[in-house]
Design a protein around this ligand. Structure first.
Ligand SMILES: [Zn+2]
Length: 369
């Protein structure tokens, strides 16, 4: 077994936008448990929201885009997980029951134990209170404890850790654009919001063979819009320079329409929805947010639309994302704009929200930096 330190450092959110570095003893491991030496942990697009919340998520061990190598494991864990000490993996945040109907289909996101909507304390990395042993339950740390029900994806030994952290946001994009709303061959796809998930949706749609991919964003997103053209988007619209409907009219012509829309923004008030509904084809598939708005049943009926919204991602979506990443077909290193140390977790989360650091797309915490 690989030797290990006596104590492990971990960044804990202790209050609204407050982080504290703590040190916990290396835990006693059961036969069906293990420890992962974290190489890198990406900051999720939704993590600034968790970070801003006051008492609701505090104390909490944040960080769930986790890449590392197996540092220790019991014999039973080795048989169950089919990984060996030293092997590299991406782990998903869900800590599911593994026997319910959803778990058996790889849809851990819907497992009652891990479902964000299912109860007050969903079991998923990034949202766990570290007060109880084994304490090391978040990704902004040197090591993380692996319980029996950890969800793994093996990765190649030569895949840079920064790229591997993209498995989760690109997995989201694959899920949302292709598995949820069928962006694929022959389809004209509009993706709104060029954050890490929106860029992931571009990659997913391109990988799935979409005919035409249009990405919309704002002036502050210009670098991301430019990068999207290298990641497979055919057109990028800066809606502050050219209103969305004018941009779509220019690209689609007077008669063309959208087959798929993926709105990765919150779309407060439904302003995006008001616009894209004017350009959708009959039979289009929509991935909507706009939670403040009622469901537009009249136009859904008129245009025979199918509507979905986002609920995390399946095992297969991350598996597909890792295939896209390891193919090295796209300059994904350009998405990994900033690497921070464990002492800088506060700044890494703020940078992800576009604060204090300019130009961040995907921020990564390297605990050994
Ligand atoms: Zn389950």
């Amino acid at each position: 077994m690989v030797s290990h330190p006596d104590n492990v450092r971990i960044a804990i959110k202790t209050g609204a936008e407050q982080t504290e570095l703590r040190s916990y003893a290396w835990p006693e491991l059961g036969d069906d448990e293990g420890m992962l030496r974290i190489e890198a942990c990406g900051v999720g697009g939704a993590e600034p929201e968790v970070y801003r919340a006051g008492d609701k998520w505090a104390p909490v061990a944040m960080g769930h885009q986790i890449v590392g190598s197996i540092a220790a494991m019991g014999e039973k864990a080795r048989r169950m997980w089919k990984v060996a000490p030293g092997e590299r993996v991406v782990i998903q945040e869900y800590l599911p029951c593994k026997i319910c109907q959803w778990c058996l289909k790889g849809e851990y996101r819907f497992c009652p134990d891990a479902d964000f909507f299912g109860g007050a304390n969903p079991r998923r990395y990034g949202l766990i209170d570290p007060t109880q042993a084994p304490h090391l339950v978040g990704g902004f740390a040197e090591y993380i404890h692996l319980p029996w029900n950890t969800v793994f994806h093996k990765i190649p030994q030569d895949l840079p850790a920064e790229l591997a952290t993209l498995a989760i946001p690109i997995g989201n994009g694959v899920q949302w654009a292709t598995l949820d709303v069928n962006a694929g061959p022959g389809k004209t796809v509009l993706i709104i919001g060029p954050g890490q998930q929106g860029l992931g949706a571009v990659l997913g749609a391109r990988d799935a063979g979409a005919a035409r991919i249009i990405l919309a964003g704002m002036t502050r997103d210009q670098a991301r819009l430019d990068l999207a053209l290298e990641l497979g988007a055919d057109h990028a619209i800066n809606v502050e320079q050219e209103p969305l409907l004018e941009g779509l009219a220019r690209i689609l012509g007077p008669a063309g329409g959208l087959d798929v829309v993926v709105d990765t923004t919150g779309d407060p008030g439904g302003g995006n929805m008001d616009q894209y509904l004017q350009r959708v084809n009959y039979g289009a598939w929509l991935w909507v947010n706009a939670m403040d708005r009622g469901v537009p049943v009249r136009i859904i009926k008129q245009k025979y639309l199918t509507v979905r919204s986002g609920r995390g991602r399946s095992w297969w979506a991350v598996d597909t994302a890792l295939r896209i990443i390891t193919s090295r077909r796209f300059p994904l290193e350009k998405m990994c704009t900033h690497i921070f140390s464990l002492e800088e977790v506060d700044l890494a989360i703020k940078a992800t929200a576009g604060r204090e650091v300019a130009g961040a797309i995907h921020c990564i915490v390297d605990p050994w930096r």
